[in-house]
Design a protein around this ligand. Structure first.
Ligand code: SAM
Length: 307
């Protein structure tokens, strides 16, 4: 049984009411959606979005649910998805960023450094560029930049150089070929001291780059606020510091409003705040939840209310 991450905390943050219209931007297997439907009741609506074709299988399970609709699209286009569904405003918007466990565990999709697979990592298989193109065609400097910016990998330059050297002989085709190159690039004494897999940061970086994850998130958040009715709520679960930082920055700036430089004594921009933070502190899973599902260890929830 799939237990949605930070479920009780999310339900508390969203404060769902009968009749609410909810936008679940990351439907996945519908774990959160299933719970949202219980609260909104027959007069409410839950719209699920997901780019991944695999989500359609879970959508099947909701086919007899009149309060549910689904659109296969990137959440960066959530405004168009709502317009197509003829919904002007919603009361709650929810994001559970990143990849799902089934995506990680589907060995053939290439998301995991633990399974041998073709280099792919596309959440949306209609997209042309996969991890294969990034690894085999990007310039060394660009590769190093991706590994540093999206993976915070301190061996980024060396790994990029080793990738370029390896692919000069023949393309790097699979996850395990890439893992070998990464292992060769990071000195053994460093690898031995780390408790995490040496390829973890590189794989995270490549996945973020292939799916343009941070830009999608940054485009989607203002649209989510725009879609919310006054008093509506926005809740976001992040899985790594880059996502959480982007969410935090967006929420804090939206709650501040004014964008005048600090040197100006009186506000001239007249930008009003659009959000009220529900808590300054980020919400993390309880120790018992981490014990039951170690993968939720890095989940972080932030929530805000539309002003
Ligand atoms: C962590 S899972 C969500 C799990 C879901 N909350 C559940 O309980 O089943 C994230 C999902 O978001 C989807 N996703 C990631 N980025 C997306 C984007 N930019 N647009 C739409 N869906 C996206 C992924 O395909 C994946 O299915």
């Amino acid at each position: 049984m799939h237990v949605p991450v930070l479920l009780q905390e999310t339900l508390a943050a969203l404060d769902l009411k009968p009749g609410d219209k909810v936008l679940d931007c990351t439907f996945g297997r519908g774990g959160h959606t299933r719970e949202f439907l219980k609260f909104v009741g027959p007069h409410g609506l839950v719209i699920g979005l997901d780019v991944d074709r695999a989500a359609l299988k879970a959508v099947e399970e909701f086919k007899d649910e009149p309060a549910f609709r689904f659109a296969r699209c990137n959440f960066r286009h959530l405004d168009s998805a709502l317009a197509l569904a003829d919904v002007r405003q919603v009361n709650k918007v929810f994001f559970d960023f990143g990849v799902s466990s089934p995506q990680l565990d589907s060995s053939w999709r290439g998301f995991s450094y633990l399974h041998e697979a073709k280099l792919d990592m596309r959440m949306d298989e209609r997209q042309r560029e996969s991890a294969y193109e990034v690894v085999n065609a990007y310039a060394e400097a660009k590769l190093a930049e991706i590994l540093w910016e999206y993976g915070e990998e301190r061996w980024s330059k060396r790994i990029a150089a080793f990738i370029v050297e390896a692919r000069a002989n023949r393309p790097i085709e699979t996850t395990q070929e890439l893992v070998s190159v990464i292992k060769a690039a990071i000195p053994k004494e460093v690898r031995d001291k780390e408790d995490q897999h040496p390829a973890r940061r590189t794989f995270q970086a490549l996945r973020i780059a292939v799916n343009d994850e941070l830009n999608s998130l940054k485009e989607a958040l203002p649209k989510a606020v725009q879609a919310l009715a006054r008093g509506g709520r926005l809740a976001c679960i992040s899985f790594h510091s880059l996502e959480d930082r982007a969410v935090k920055q967006f929420m804090v700036e939206s709650a501040k409003g004014c964008i005048c430089p600090p040197a100006i004594p009186q506000c001239v921009c007249q930008v009003n705040p659009t959000l009220r933070l529900l808590s300054r502190k980020v919400i993390a899973p309880a120790a018992s939840a981490i014990e039951a599902n170690p993968r939720c260890r890095s989940a972080r929830l932030r929530a805000a209310e539309r002003l």
